[in-house]
Write a protein that binds this ligand. Structure first.
Ligand code: GCO
Length: 471
């Protein structure tokens, strides 16, 4: 099967992970700038202060994206560049940067997909209560309106918030991400609700400001895949993907049911009980604004089967099972089952807004960066995705994470996810083998995936795993 004619081939980044130049152009401080200065918060004491220096090198960088043949590029806007204090006075130097970036992309024939918030929250607003303060939804709407007024004549694809789950849980409960707080669960749930409210108000602001915009969302997906194709195992995997059994706010349904159905899922309400957030009467109307596409970030997952008690049972991988450098399982079936389960539940056209792997890449003696594992990872994942499309799931595009090696949050620079290798000392860029390979995939609209020497039986086969586990 070919990929659909208008399938979008892209790659993604985020502002804080690549831009650097954190004090240039009157940018305000973000919570990540602060966390990077906290001893022990980031591995090896790395910071995002220089990152890929993309702020100064964006023309060179876009030329590289063009060389890969990307049709679309997903990037984020740094809120503190536009509003150094979070609200109020607009910083035109910041807007100008994104103006030039967007123009440069359009000249290169690359469609911009813009995320408005990918975690670099203005520190000034954190000092006013941050995501705990209900006003944050209006602050975010003000920022959104300003950006869309400015770029909406050229940018049509918008995603207000990236992975709100991670902001709530990792940023405010476990404390591993900025702002690095460890709040009570009821406070985190209130943050959860404010993130949803901010999403809804941003969707309203985009619609009110630009008539031809296409609006989506990019949550992270936690997908469970069935260990076999037996209907009981499939049902167990669906249940495990969606059911809320633990007191946390990661589960997709806690975020997506409010957006698509206008209510929190009942099992979530039961489990979270007294920690459920306070809602005002019309909040769900704001949150459930219709969106045009549903982006999802999927990297890995876990395997389950229907246990003897009828409940999903986790099946650990066999010893030596493939993992990426960051120790995430290579589980390409997630790109089949994740989209399929989500499609069956929400019936909204989907895009894979992130999928990728970190690898131990380095520059070889021949001056090139050979990353066969990444090629294999993408290939397996795309074939799974293709299978989902064959089975009727409406998937409109795929964004590899990431275009460039970059600042991997609390992991620092040791994890390389890019198609483009970055030497952080010299700032030299090198296209990895995977970038050339991806170029051919894009050029052929996916046809090279199936014409290459792939045999179906070398794909990771869950039935095979199940044999290994039970042996
Ligand atoms: C996201 C992700 C990215 C990460 C990537 C690899 O939420 O979009 O966290 O920013 O770099 O997922 O971990």
């Amino acid at each position: 099967m070919q990929f659909p004619e208008h399938f979008v081939w892209g790659a993604a980044t985020s502002a804080y992970q690549i831009e650097g130049a954190t004090t240039a152009g009157r940018r305000g401080e973000s919570v990540w700038d602060r966390l990077c200065q906290r001893a022990g918060a980031i591995k090896h004491g790395h910071t995002g202060f220089t990152a890929c220096d993309h702020y100064h090198r964006y023309t060179e960088d876009i030329a590289l994206l063009q060389k890969i043949g990307l049709q679309a590029y997903r990037f984020s806007i740094a809120w503190p560049r536009i509003f150094p204090n979070g609200t109020g006075q607009v910083n035109h130097v910041g807007l100008d940067f994104y103006d030039r970036l967007v123009d440069c992309l359009l000249e290169a024939n690359i469609t911009p997909y813009v995320t408005l918030f990918h975690w670099d929250f203005p520190y000034a607003l954190y000092c006013k209560g941050g995501w705990l303060n209900r006003d944050v939804a209006d602050w975010f709407a003000e920022y959104t309106t300003t950006v869309v007024q400015h770029l909406g004549d050229r940018v049509h694809h918008w995603m207000p918030i990236n992975e709100p789950q991670v902001v709530a849980m990792v940023g405010h409960f476990w404390g591993g991400h900025a702002p690095g707080d460890k709040l009570q669960l009821n406070q985190v749930m209130q943050i959860h609700h404010h993130l949803l409210l901010a999403h809804g108000k941003a969707v309203q602001a985009i619609r009110a400001t630009s008539s031809n915009s296409i609006v989506g969302i990019a949550p992270s997906g936690s997908v469970s895949v069935p260990i076999s194709s037996h209907p009981d195992d499939v049902e167990a995997a669906r249940q495990d993907t969606f059911a809320i059994t633990e007191r946390e706010t990661i589960s997709e349904t806690l975020w997506l049911d409010p957006i698509f159905f206008g209510q929190y899922p009942e099992d979530g309400v039961d489990v979270l009980a007294k920690d459920m957030p306070q809602c005002q009467p019309h909040d769900m109307d704001i949150i459930s604004q219709p969106i045009d596409f549903f982006g999802i970030n999927i990297y890995t997952g876990k395997s389950v089967r229907r246990g003897d008690n009828g409940q999903p049972q986790y099946i650990p991988p066999p010893p030596g099972y493939p993992e990426t450098h960051i120790r995430w399982l290579v589980l390409p079936e997630t790109l089949y089952w994740g989209p399929r389960f989500l499609w069956e539940r929400y019936h909204t056209p989907m895009m894979i807004t992130e999928n990728g792997m970190s690898n131990v890449d380095w520059i070889s003696l021949d001056g090139r960066v050979h990353d066969p594992q990444r090629i294999d990872y993408i290939q397996r994942n795309l074939l799974s995705l293709q299978r989902a499309m064959t089975d009727g799931v409406d998937i409109r595009g795929y964004f590899y994470w990431s275009a460039f090696d970059n600042f991997e949050w609390a992991e620092g620079y040791q994890q390389r996810f890019g198609l483009i290798h970055v030497d952080y000392t010299s700032q030299q860029r090198i296209l990895k083998d995977s970038a050339y390979w991806y170029h051919d995939v894009i050029q052929s609209n996916g046809a090279t995936l199936t014409t290459s020497a792939l045999r179906p039986d070398i794909l990771y086969n869950s039935e095979h795993i199940s044999t290994l586990v039970t042996e």
